[in-house]
Design a protein around this ligand. Structure first.
Ligand SMILES: *Cc1c(COP(=O)(O)O)cnc(C)c1O
Length: 376
């Protein structure tokens, strides 16, 4: 229908309220909806755990933005990921990235492996390695690209081809890239996952998660069943806030990506910086793959500070404009010492800081980083 992401972001799933003419969608708090004398629900809504008008608007918008056929919204990105694993069967084998969002890795290790899933953590940038690790009972390969926090880049289409040999599904965590910069489903992935808490909500004020399906499948039916019957769904107001955030998504993300490249180039030349991880830099090992499957390199980057963990933490503490806080994707730039919040034994380097570029002017961010690094 609409060709351009900016237009889809505003218009998909949106209609003028037929009852009042309101441009901004009403928030439907009602948990229950009237049944027709014939016994039907002609307007499509019955009970809010099953479906709600605000949730339907969010799901329709996400399906359109990701070129999927259906979407399912959840109360958090983690709840969305949990639902995929719950939809699998004990004895199923999973391949997961060795650099990935640590909360999901924790759920796999502490809940789903004891529950009967088999899981192997592999380097998703090494296609031969993936090929060697798939088994006949591999049912799902999860890719996260760019990954959090090391910004590793995985070739989505190449992983899809390996997965198809054994009939495995591919789930792509597209949170860092957003639908503005990367479309996993046209590349062949079966599902894309978003923590809408990050760029889609975009203002650090609403948690949420969404799964989008390329097409209907047995797996999708189980996911929808778990969403509607398990009930880890977002409230109408949370859906409304996320939809409101998506209206400006393409403009925010492109600005954040442009500014992240400027900050990454500045950090790369700074004498106190050991290494910068940003796929937009030409010497990033995943730069070519990223350039081939993304239309920009995103607003998230990481860097290692010379002198170890204490120098890195000190530099973060010296920042005035950039806030030390977890999460990313909002209007305010955030920095985080990642190893100290991840679980013990994490592979994240101890002197690594992850930086989420907000919507401030990039020169002000560069000045702030410069004073903090020089003073540390
Ligand atoms: C934050 C995040 C999640 C989890 O989302 P929550 O809404 O915090 O539960 C999943 N994947 C990635 C890549 C994330 O950054």
């Amino acid at each position: 229908m609409n060709k351009h992401q900016e237009t889809t972001s505003v218009h998909a799933g949106h209609e003028i309220d037929p009852a009042t003419g309101a441009l901004s969608a009403p928030i439907h708090l009602s948990t229950t909806f009237e049944r027709h004398p014939t016994g039907d629900y002609p307007l499509g809504f019955q009970y809010s755990r099953l479906e709600n008008p605000n949730r339907a608007a969010l799901e329709d918008k996400m399906a359109a933005l990701e070129f999927g056929t259906q979407a399912a919204a959840f109360a958090s990105g983690s709840a969305a990921a949990m639902t995929v694993f719950q939809a699998l069967r004990p004895g199923d084998h999973l391949l997961l990235p060795n650099d990935m969002y640590f909360g999901i890795r924790k759920l796999i290790r502490e809940v789903f492996i004891p529950w009967g899933l088999e899981a192997a953590f592999v380097d998703m940038t090494d296609l031969d390695g993936i090929q060697n690790r798939v088994q006949t009972n591999t049912t799902l390969i999860l890719v996260e690209t760019p990954s959090n926090p090391l910004l590793k880049v995985t070739d989505i289409h190449a992983v899809v081809e390996i997965a198809r040999q054994v009939g495995a599904w591919v789930l792509c965590d597209n949170t860092v890239a957003t639908p503005v910069l990367q479309h996993p489903l046209p590349l062949g992935a079966d599902l894309s996952l978003h923590a809408t808490t990050k760029y889609l909500g975009g203002h650090s004020d609403v948690l949420g998660g969404v799964l989008v399906a390329r097409q209907e499948s047995e797996l999708w039916e189980r996911i929808r069943f778990l969403q509607q019957n398990g009930g880890a769904v977002p409230s109408p107001f949370e859906c409304w806030l996320t939809v409101r955030g998506i209206h400006t998504l393409p403009y925010r993300v492109r600005t954040q990506a442009n500014n992240a490249l400027r900050v990454a180039r500045f950090l790369k030349d700074h004498p106190q910086v050991e290494r910068v991880y940003y796929p937009g830099l030409e010497d990033h090992p995943g730069h070519q793959v990223a350039a081939g499957q993304m239309t920009g390199f995103g607003g998230l980057l990481s860097f290692q500070v010379k002198g170890g963990q204490s120098r890195a933490m000190h530099a973060a503490a010296e920042l005035r404009l950039i806030t030390q806080a977890t999460s990313f994707g909002g209007t305010n730039s955030l920095i985080e010492h990642r190893a100290s919040i991840e679980e013990p034994g994490t592979t994240t380097p101890e002197n690594l800081l992850r930086l989420s570029i907000g919507l401030e002017h990039p020169n002000d961010l560069i000045d702030d980083l410069n004073q903090a690094l020089n003073g540390s």
